[in-house]
Ligand binder design. Structure first.
Ligand SMILES: [Zn+2]
Length: 140
């Protein structure tokens, strides 16, 4: 190429926050289901195909941090029957958390769910990386 020619354009594709969120969530869900052996937390059947929340945070917008999203305690393997069609079976979910951690756990969760702020790219990348590494460890 001669020196007088225009350089080839360089395209940089940036994954959106929503895309990063989905990627990190999918990875977290996959690894949690591996660890929990696909056992649904609320009906105990081995048909868990999702990661369910005991309680969602105040924002369900992908661009915003959901206060319960990064707290592994609030997230458990669930089947689609419990998670989607029975509203997450929140009462059973909460009762089991109380059994595991004691009654104060609910108050902590209800406080943390208000923790809403915009995600930073590196936070989501960090979550993805963490669960990717965990997956590699589990597969070894
Ligand atoms: Zn279930």
């Amino acid at each position: 190429m001669g020196s007088g020619q225009c350089p080839e354009p360089v395209y940089i594709f940036m994954i959106s926050i929503k895309g990063l969120h989905k990627k990190a969530w999918k990875q977290q869900s996959k690894v949690r289901r591996m660890i929990e052996k696909n056992i649904c937390y609320t009906c105990e059947k081995p048909t868990g195909s999702q990661l369910g929340h005991c309680e969602h945070g105040d924002s369900l917008d992908f661009d915003y941090h959901d206060g319960t999203w990064t707290k592994p305690r609030w997230l458990r393997t669930q089947c689609s029957g419990c998670n989607l069609f029975r509203n997450g079976k929140q009462v059973v979910f909460a009762a089991k958390l109380v059994k595991e951690y004691g009654p104060e756990i609910l108050e902590i969760m209800l406080k943390q769910k208000h923790d809403v702020r915009k995600w930073k790219r590196d936070e989501l990348e960090e979550i993805y990386k963490e669960y990717k590494e965990l997956e590699t460890t589990l597969m070894a």
